[in-house]
Ligand binder design. Sequence first.
Ligand SMILES: Cc1cc2nc3c(=O)[nH]c(=O)nc-3n(C[C@H](O)[C@H](O)[C@H](O)COP(=O)(O)O)c2cc1C
Length: 217
Amino acid sequence: MTLDDAVVARHTVKAFEPGHTLPQDKIETLLNVLQNSPSSVNSQPWHFVVAATAQGREAMAKSTTGAFVYNEPKVLNASHVIALCIRSDIDDKHLQNILAQEQKDGRFVAEGAQAGQDKSRRSYVDMHRYEQRDLPQWMEKQVYLALGGLLLGAAMLGIDATPMEGFDQRALDLSLGLREKGLTSVVLVSLGVRSDKDFNAALPKSRLPRDEIFTFI
Ligand SMILES: Cc1cc2nc3c(=O)[nH]c(=O)nc-3n(C[C@H](O)[C@H](O)[C@H](O)COP(=O)(O)O)c2cc1C
């Protein structure tokens, strides 16, 4: 699948065929995409909960009731459902954890590189915490980058996917025990095999024309 083919072929799947389990090697590739997703100052302010069993999907589906019930079958009938979460804070423990990982991975070659990286990262975190006061939104932006990678990656692998903001975040946080872990959910992605009822597959893509969305200077 070429990149051009993948971006046109991918669409939001509206119905999955139950009973299909995606090959584990493809899931591993998508986990690799998520793990290697870029983030501002390498802050990696995320966690990904992967439901690969009926029990896991049912736990996720506790958040697709009421106004969000239209998304329930997309959760229950998928092969895998991934909840992309942000941390409730970028605390000192997390900052030290990232720095230690960078050290372990051999990122600090030059003298003073480690201290410089730590200082720079902390200055960005402080700016978002105290001046812009948008730390959760800043973390969400990083998670949405990971979402983009995941959707494109799935398309390249020929995997059907549905991104979903249509779920009750509080219900999901409670169902998965996220808040006790210092996390909160942002967006869900179902992955699987689309069914004949996926009406979106037959519809043409609709995007604003290039002359409206690009300016070349
Ligand atoms: C962040 C995000 C959240 C979305 N939430 C839902 C959702 O809850 N349920 C749904 O059926 N589609 C959802 N969509 C799908 C969009 O409606 C869809 O991407 C858009 O209409 C473009 O169509 P396409 O993805 O088929 O190209 C979401 C898409 C994104 C990117």
